[in-house]
Design a protein around this ligand. Structure first.
Ligand SMILES: [Zn+2]
Length: 294
């Protein structure tokens, strides 16, 4: 089989003063455009005079999905890039991208911010994941980064194969950020997202100044991730960011004749982190992710 090649565009800014090295990546899921536009703009707006340390911006981690409007996967091999870390040197394209990010970029970084969005079929409330599965000091530093973002929620994650989880396991404090989705982006979302990243960089003392915030942030310790057990028509009942009490109907899956296949009721009082908002789903597609607020 022919090995497909991929060029990964990146920008490096070496600051005028000493400080940590921070990696910021976008487009691990290539059609999560809010994150991609945000990181691209930020890489052009920040100035070396203001920076203590260095910033590496990976502008598009999954360029073929970006061009093709492909959700979840790298089109060349059909794999979810965020589930193949730390990757393989001679693996499929996804595995080689992951390997390159780990060995060429994460290995040089003191901190890492992976900027996502809801995918083309999803809407996400603004929130930040921090790790709960690394060494204690890394978990603490990761949570402190999440707390710097001006989002209403930070959520602990126990995933191990994601880009930022892999960095945390290698002792690099990291976060994953979410906002927006549906294959769209708005000026307001991009501006708010840039402010969140600037806040984290101020917290890390890479940028001068004071963090700017409006939100009082809460922590989600427990989350439910529901997938479709069969294909069908999906009818979510609330919006991402919506809160609810135990037993509330969050969505229904029906067949083409309108027969109810599945009722999704909440297991506890919680908040919708992200959900699928397109009508058609197939077996294994994500339906909804919700969390319990501590
Ligand atoms: Zn994503």
């Amino acid at each position: 089989m022919e090995q497909s090649e991929q060029k990964l565009p990146f920008t490096v800014i070496c600051g005028r003063k000493e400080g940590p090295s921070v990696l910021i990546s976008a487009g691990v899921h290539g059609a999560e455009y809010v994150g991609i536009q945000t990181v691209m703009e930020l890489s052009r707006e920040l100035e070396a005079e203001d920076i203590s340390g260095s910033l590496v911006f990976l502008l598009l981690a999954n360029p073929s999905a970006f061009r093709n409007y492909t959700r979840f996967v790298v089109p060349e091999d059909g794999k979810n890039l965020n589930r193949v870390f730390p990757g393989k040197r001679n693996g499929t394209l996804s595995e080689r991208i992951a390997y390159t990010i780990v060995h060429e970029l994460q290995s040089q970084a003191d901190f890492y911010i992976d900027v996502h969005a809801g995918d083309t079929s999803e809407e996400a409330m603004p929130f930040v994941y921090f790790t709960g599965v690394a060494r204690e000091e890394v978990c603490r530093a990761s949570e402190a980064m999440a707390m710097a973002a001006d989002t209403a929620i930070r959520a602990v994650s126990t995933a191990a194969a994601g880009a930022y989880s892999c960095a945390c396991i290698h002792k690099i404090p990291s976060v994953l950020m979410e906002r927006g989705g549906r294959g769209m982006y708005t000026r307001e979302e991009v501006e708010l997202y840039k402010r969140d990243i600037r806040n984290i960089l101020i917290h890390l003392k890479v940028l001068p100044g004071k963090e700017r915030r409006r939100m009082k942030q809460k922590r989600v310790d427990r989350a439910v991730y529901l997938e479709a057990e069969q294909e069908g028509f999906w009818y979510p009942k609330l919006k991402a960011g919506g809160t609810f009490s135990k037993g509330v109907l969050l969505g229904e899956l029906k067949d083409v004749w309108g027969k109810l296949l599945y009722s999704c009721r909440s297991e506890y009082d919680g908040i919708i982190l992200y959900q699928t908002v397109v009508l058609g789903v197939k077996e294994g597609d994500p339906l909804i992710a919700y969390g319990m607020i501590s």
